[in-house]
Write a protein that binds this ligand. Structure first.
Ligand SMILES: O=C(CO)COP(=O)(O)O
Length: 250
């Protein structure tokens, strides 16, 4: 049985006080989430230490949204993987399309970040996905394959065992336009086949989340697909009731 995961990516939203209130709201409802569904919340860096304290013993895991590709030193503004891990976060989102697009993060940089995160016991939630024009030009499978081969396929099988993948078609992020369940399943199965070419049967064990305008009204149909193992939720994760409703959609 593969893991079932619902992760909330808060992006650059909430003050620390608002974040604290949102976590309290999530924790108040966490008992409604079916057994076996893992919850993760990914807050801004500034919230990580208090969030880790608030989430202690709750069963809800904490993620950062980025980390540096260096261990320490003269990298103004960066946060090292070891620093993130010391907050109590156990996951880090890497390869998000917003980081690729707005901060120029390349596959080569993401491989460095991924390796270093794993070295410091942070489990990467590694994001992949094509842009609208790439899907319209029918190169979406090639784009996603290249993203996986450049990073995930460079890992050892011991490293892969700690990685969660998230397929997030860029055209579905924050647009209200979700991939159809058939489009999600088709791509998730393809992603698994790319992993299988390198890692064999282990590909069956990798959790692959869907992200992009996932909400309570569509999560059920998407999560019902055989190769979809949960969701990486943006906007809807900022409303505790919606986030929990999505986690109840398996
Ligand atoms: O980018 C996302 C999660 O990482 C998805 O964002 P939305 O759910 O707001 O579309």
């Amino acid at each position: 049985m593969r893991r079932k995961i619902v992760a909330g990516n808060w992006k650059m939203n909430t003050t620390p006080a608002e974040g604290k209130a949102l976590i309290a709201d999530v924790l108040a409802k966490v008992g409604e989430v079916p057994a076996g569904v893992e919850l993760i919340v990914s807050t801004p860096f500034t919230h990580l230490i208090p969030a880790a304290e608030q989430l202690a013993n709750s069963g809800v895991a904490l993620a950062a949204q980025n980390c540096a590709n260096h261990e320490s030193g003269a990298y103004t503004g960066e946060v090292a993987p070891a620093m993130v891990a010391a907050t109590g976060a156990t996951y880090v989102i890497l390869g998000h399309s917003e980081r690729r697009e707005y901060y120029g993060e390349t596959d080569a940089l993401l491989l460095e970040k991924t390796k270093l995160a794993l070295k410091h016991n942070l489990a990467p939630i590694f994001c992949i996905g094509e842009k609208l024009e790439e899907r319209e030009s029918n190169i979406h499978f090639d784009v996603v394959k290249t993203q996986i081969e450049a990073v995930v396929c460079q890992l050892s099988s011991e490293e892969l065992a700690k990685v969660v993948l998230a397929y997030e078609p860029v055209w579905a992020i924050g647009t209200g336009k979700t991939a159809t369940s058939a489009q999600a399943q088709e791509m998730h199965a393809f992603i698994r086949s790319v992993l299988a070419a390198k890692f064999g049967k282990q590909a069956e064990e990798v959790a692959i989340l869907y992200g992009g305008s996932c909400k309570p009204s569509n999560a059920n149909e998407i999560f019902a697909q055989p190769d979809v193992d949960g969701g990486l939720i943006g906007g809807a994760s900022l409303v505790a009731a919606d986030f929990i409703a999505i986690a109840k959609s398996f």
